[in-house]
Design a protein around this ligand. Sequence first.
Ligand code: SAM
Length: 417
Amino acid sequence: MFKSLARSRRARQLLGTTRFVVLSNFLRSGIVDFLASQPDRAASLDEIVDFYFATATPAPPEDVDLLQQYYKESAKPTKAGFVQFLIERANWLQERRKEVKFETPGATVYDWNPLLRALHAKYDPKFPGKDPTRRDAARTHWNNFLTMADAFDIVRYEGGRLRLSGGKLAGLRRELELFGDGYYGVDDLLGVLLKVESLRGETSWIVRPPPFMLETCDALARRRGIDSYWRFSPRLREGGCRVLDLGCGSGIYSNAFAEKGNKCVAVDMTPWVFFRAFLGARDGVQVECCDMNEMPERVTREPFTHAISNIAAHHLKNRPALFAKLSERLGGGGEVCMLNFNYSLRERALYDPIAKLKRQFAAQIHYNWTVLEFDRGGVDFISPRDMARDLESAGFRASVHACDPLRELFFVRGIKR
Ligand SMILES: C[S@@+](CC[C@H](N)C(=O)[O-])C[C@H]1O[C@@H](n2cnc3c(N)ncnc32)[C@H](O)[C@@H]1O
């Protein structure tokens, strides 16, 4: 009797944890915003699959390689120059190259990623949205994901139709707030599925979870990250600064700073990420593809007022040496700013049940990421205190600020002495 009670308690605890993962993934899948734009907040499975092919299809490897080629060959790479290069060389355009008319968009359109996707949808015979096998796979994937969301009482998904009431949505958001940002859940699933991907030896997009890594980071930036910069490094709000953005992802921070009249050099090493950032850059943002731990002189030549790194400090190697090098490139009062979660497992309150749950998630992330990054030299899960200590040792005056009431996200600021 006692045994079975204890078992059911354990089972409920485990389910609660999984529900959090499913819920946080669902909220970041983009479906909520999509549903909000639909009559009755409802959509069919096919409409959801169409939405995903239109918005979340990643750039195909050939395009990513072509950008690498173009970027290495040209002294001053531009978006228009790249699109021209792509139209002249891409194999997927072979049959219809002459038909292609690409109109350079007006100055207000700064993100060209959707334009490239539209070219594929129109001219690429292998565009995933047109391929019946991929479409079937996508339907199966979304059917499974939505069935799972229904089983966890997150949405109503019946007869191939998804429905979500406004009241329900507000309730789900409140529920997630209890856990702070929910990043851990997303990341954990991302880690697990990427592992499955690499075990299978193939990386078709469909086995990825609905929210991709950059979408997750962008959601965090919009919700809390960018505001934290305005709060803790207010000079950026006034414009006129020069920013080096290390591990820039989609470039969302650099774009936000450029909008206020700052100039940015945004660096990322991952080719498909660079692709997104390069095509998505606002005026005033120069995007470079290189390792932030060994940046070429071309990138760091001009002095900066800020060197920033968001949700990427765990990829920094030999931090004190790098901070000392950055200090040389910063003028008087220059700043190193880093936004990150507290990845330390040791600093969590063990007797707070939610902190305990988070610690379990964080431990899973540590494990997943360590496996994933093993071949690339690993990751170093540091705490904000570690970052501050390393900044101090490189001659900065460091301070640590919690960005949210739940103290999930931290802003570490080092000012050059
Ligand atoms: C979690 S994402 C954060 C992206 C962005 N900073 C944001 O907050 O939205 C981490 C980024 O660091 C990049 N990265 C990892 N190691 C790197 C390295 N050694 N040099 C440059 N970029 C790196 C990855 O490609 C990825 O885009």
